[in-house]
Design a binder for this molecule. Structure first.
Ligand code: BGP
Length: 477
């Protein structure tokens, strides 16, 4: 039986500026992290390596984020397609370096601000609510190179100036905001969220948690400032959520899985939702030689700036085992874990687990009792254009259907779920692998890993399916 989605449920899709805008040097934009990340295998290696120099080397690598899918120039056409599907909400990010090209200027760039005015006006014209991520893996490069990224306390002040600027400018246009994308991914991949490449494995955890502390303060300040400037605004956190299963019923494995989940899934949420460091933080810090520089007033700021709702990405669960051999490791799950014998994986090795989404929703709601929004979920897959020009992506429809069904179950369980924006509603550049060929969209974009392609947009089979899902408010799956 199909479960009922609440009236006014926010159906839509999600993107990030750096993965689809392109125009990396237009409109006065400064360089940011994504502009120096190469495409393809080289990027995956970078994420786990130490000591990256943040230089562009076009003779050796390609840089797909530079062109993205050219949303910068094609936003009207793309937003019209989202409207055709019936989107109620569209998740996008503002590229900080369009507003403050270096990140540390005193005055914003009018050209950058005007671009997002045009995008918000276009969304508004179609009755689509924007949901804006303030920081989505796109720290201005200058802040990375000159200041060392979020390890440096000074970024808290620069970020404050940035959020004040955008809240003031867009106060009549944007109600829903998210502070830091997948904030808890930081300890695994500090490069993305914190904008630094660890000097060594020994310093990685210490620097990551210090960077996270700075982001906690910056996020809490943003919530407070947002509420002051935009009455009625809804400001959420954004977590990378992966339920952790114990490999078996050995209590030592169960305890280990629980600890992994506490540190990975709940640590940041506890700070941002409850306004305090979790009870297990002290022991964890002690055992990992982490000493945080917490300044006077920080803990009060964190307490006063708790979020209004919780958003998260969900792609997979993680199966944990205390002692594991290299052969047992899951192939593509960036967040680690061993293979789960009950699950199949995508072409990139990400295990597909729709029930895990219901578990995630129940775990988060059980702990926090705040409204939830799934702001990323989807299947990265190779798509083929048939001779008649159609794209028959039934595998994507199956994936999404099964996940949406589980959301319905969670709502029936009593979870307060307010929206769903599937990831990459239009094909874009993959974050972890820098590929065009890892496609998530309802809309196909003719652009390929070798740089070829016309950028023409085409509706996939899933486009029509999702349109029907939205117009029936989740009844027709
Ligand atoms: C999340 C990011 C997105 C995104 C998505 C899919 O971690 O927030 O930016 O791209 O994952 O990952 P990928 O692009 O690596 O397939």
């Amino acid at each position: 039986m199909t479960k009922q989605f609440p009236k006014g449920f926010l159906w839509g899709g999600a993107t990030a500026a750096n993965q689809f805008e392109g125009a990396y040097q237009e409109g006065g934009k400064g360089l940011n992290l994504a502009d120096v990340l190469p495409g393809g295998k080289a990027r995956l290696q970078l994420l786990s390596q130490t000591g990256f120099d943040f230089e562009i080397d076009k003779s050796t690598y390609s840089y797909p984020n530079h062109e993205g899918i050219d949303f910068y120039h094609r936003y009207k056409e793309d937003i019209a397609l989202f409207a055709e599907m019936g989107f109620k909400v569209f998740r996008m990010s503002i590229a900080w370096s369009r507003i403050f090209p270096n990140g540390d200027e005193l005055e914003p760039s009018e050209e950058g601000l005007a671009f997002y005015d045009r995008v918000f006006d276009e969304l508004n014209k179609h009755g689509i609510e924007p949901l804006v991520t303030i920081a989505h893996y796109e720290t201005p490069l200058h802040l990375i190179k000159e200041y060392g990224g979020w390890r440096n306390r000074e970024l808290v002040g620069f970020f404050e100036r940035y959020v004040r600027t955008i809240f003031t400018r867009y106060k009549d246009k944007v109600k829903y905001w998210l502070t830091f994308n997948e904030i808890n991914g930081a300890t695994h991949m500090p490069l993305f969220g914190l904008g630094f490449s660890p000097e060594s494995e020994e310093t990685r955890l210490q620097d990551s948690f210090q960077g996270l502390h700075h982001q906690f303060v910056a996020s809490a300040q943003a919530v407070k400032i947002g509420h002051e400037i935009i009455p009625g605004s809804q400001i959420g956190c954004m977590l990378l959520y992966a339920p952790v299963y114990s490999f078996d019923s050995n209590p030592n494995n169960v305890m280990h899985a629980r600890q992994e989940s506490d540190i990975f899934n709940f640590f940041c949420g506890d700070v941002q939702v409850r306004g305090e460091y979790p009870y297990f933080a002290n022991r964890y810090f002690k055992e990992n030689n982490i000493e945080l520089d917490i300044q006077e007033g920080d803990l009060e700021t964190i307490k006063e700036g708790t979020v209004d709702f919780i958003s998260f990405s969900y792609y997979m669960s993680r199966t944990d085992k205390k002692e594991k051999t290299p052969e047992e490791l899951g192939a593509g799950n960036l967040i680690g874990g061993v293979k789960n014998p009950f699950l199949k994986a995508s072409d990139w090795g990400w295990e597909i687990d729709p029930v895990g989404l219901r578990i995630a929703l129940n775990e988060l709601y059980g702990r926090y009792q705040k409204p939830l929004m799934v702001v990323e979920n989807g299947l990265g897959a190779y798509d083929k254009v048939e001779e008649d020009g159609s794209i028959q992506d039934d595998y994507r429809i199956d994936y999404l259907r099964e996940h949406i069904e589980q959301m319905g179950e969670a709502i029936e369980d009593g979870v307060d779920l307010i929206g769903y924006t599937s990831w990459g509603c239009i094909d874009l550049v993959s974050a972890s692998s820098g590929e065009y060929s890892k496609r998530y969209g309802f809309i196909y974009v003719d652009k390929h890993d070798d740089g070829s392609g016309t950028l023409e947009r085409k509706r996939k089979k899933s486009f029509f399916w999702y349109k029907d899902v939205i117009s029936s408010n989740g009844e027709n799956l």
